[in-house]
Design a protein around this ligand. Structure first.
Ligand code: HAM
Length: 426
């Protein structure tokens, strides 16, 4: 490492050699979203701070401690988006998408920003792919939200995932449950960790999620929302599970599942991987039937998920699955003099316009050094060009793998590369 500046803590450069796996994951995401018929949406990196405070919740860790919020030069408080759902719902309401179509199925691949303590699988700028289905209360869509990240994982060769499922109730059943929970927690309040004590009145359900062993023990028998759902939420939860069973999709009901965002109603879920360690959530999501209205739109039910791409790639790297290779030039044009260099440059531009990956030397290297570079880049073919070749219009094309050379007419270079490339592939 050298230089005056470093990338900020919790942020990462994705360099050539590593970016190919990102491109591959992104391609799989686009393919799966296409099959599930979700359309891509791109929202800005910056939003009004109020949007997130309102939707994610004032008393969540994200809003309370983790957002990159600043006052811009115009005096407005703006925030780098910590998640995608609020932004997508803002766009949905703003552009009246609900009036144009009964159901909007939208997806995104985007960087997100949270000022968390960096550790393996936890960054300050990270990337999610996610989807939101807005306009229907059908439990089938809750299940779609679970299946999409599972299908992406399956296509990437990742297995051993656990789907954890719960229901967090609605505005009818949650308030009475909350009181029940607070009553139970107050009995042990004095023994709870400081953090949990602070959460008791503001966000008591998060106490269930405490990593503190003592908190875990003390709350082992407190009432869980899944056992206190209203009839409508119970029925919805049952239907979600019926769909999963009929699809033979394994899942576990986890009554202590608590999501770090307040907008959820009914379904909440997480997909975890045992190979990830402490930050084991690969994806999370759920239903948010009140969010559109909360943001000033017409009451519109919705459900979605988001998955962490860094974590997905971490799982892939642990499994040592074969990842797509770096791109190697089909041909490297080695030039012997200035005139040949000009010819090679023109020829490379032409080949590239035809879709051939062509490379040449830009560093004024000797012929030998150019050959070494072609080798290092693992070029498929090398064409050496000099005065004689330009004069006669003939040259020899060397297959770098077999070492064989074939004579070609320079004018036919691209045809020769394409036909040999094709033959070798078949
Ligand atoms: P979330 O659970 O906060 O949900 O984030 C979803 C996923 O993003 C996590 O499971 C994890 O893989 C990844 N992730 C979160 N924080 C970090 C981080 N600091 N570093 C690396 N990866 C991270 C949401 O964001 C909701 N918007 C999901 C949703 C969509 N619910 C409904 N629709």
């Amino acid at each position: 490492m050298s230089g005056t500046y470093r990338s900020l803590k919790g942020t990462k450069d994705i360099l050539p050699g590593e970016v190919e796996i990102w491109q591959f994951v992104e391609k799989v995401v686009h393919d799966v979203m296409r099959a599930y018929h979700y359309g891509e949406i791109r929202t800005p990196a910056l939003e009004a701070t109020g949007l997130f405070a309102r939707s994610i919740g004032e008393h969540t860790d994200i809003v309370g401690k983790e957002m990159y919020t600043f006052v811009d030069r115009g005096g407005d408080s703006v925030t780098l988006k910590p998640e995608g759902t609020a932004a997508v719902l803002r766009a949905f309401v703003q552009h009246n998408l609900g009036e144009q179509s009964g159901l909007n199925k939208l997806y995104y691949i985007s960087p997100m920003f949270r000022q968390e303590r960096p550790q393996a699988g936890r960054l300050r700028q990270f990337h999610q792919f996610g989807a939101e289905a807005i306009g229907s209360a059908s439990p089938a869509l809750d299940v779609e939200s679970m299946l999409i990240p599972l299908e992406v994982s399956r296509r990437l060769g990742i297995d051993g995932l656990t789907l954890k499922l719960s229901s967090v109730g609605c505005e009818k059943c949650r308030p009475p449950y909350r009181e029940l929970l607070i009553d139970a927690l107050e009995k042990v309040a004095s023994q709870l960790s400081e953090e949990s004590r602070a959460r008791l009145r503001q966000n008591p359900m998060r106490i269930l999620d405490s990593k503190d062993d003592r908190d875990q023990r003390l709350t082992a028998h407190v009432p869980l929302i899944k056992d206190h759902l209203c009839a409508e939420c119970r029925e919805h939860f049952e239907q979600v599970q019926q769909h999963l069973r009929s699809l033979d999709q394994p899942y576990v009901v986890d009554g202590r599942l608590v999501r770090g965002l307040d907008y959820y109603t009914k379904t909440a879920f997480e997909i975890t991987s045992a190979s990830l360690g402490a930050q084991d959530a690969l994806a999370g999501g759920g239903r948010y039937d009140l969010l559109a209205e909360e943001l000033g739109g017409a009451p519109t039910p919705g459900v979605g998920f988001a998955a962490g791409i860094e974590r997905l790639i971490l799982v892939l790297s642990k499994k040592k699955l074969s990842t797509p290779a770096e791109v190697h030039p089909t041909v490297f044009l080695v030039a012997m003099d200035d005139a040949s260099r000009r010819w090679a440059f023109r020829q490379a531009i032409l080949l590239r316009s035809e879709g051939v990956v062509a490379e040449l030397d830009y560093l004024g290297r000797s012929v030998r050094a150019q050959m070494r570079e072609a080798n290092r880049q693992q070029a498929g073919y090398v064409l050496v060009i000099g005065e004689r070749e330009l004069e006669t219009g003939n040259a020899s094309l060397k297959n770098m793998e077999t070492g064989k050379e074939i004579s070609i007419v320079l004018e036919d270079l691209s045809a020769a590369l394409l036909s040999h490339g094709e033959k070798e592939k078949s």
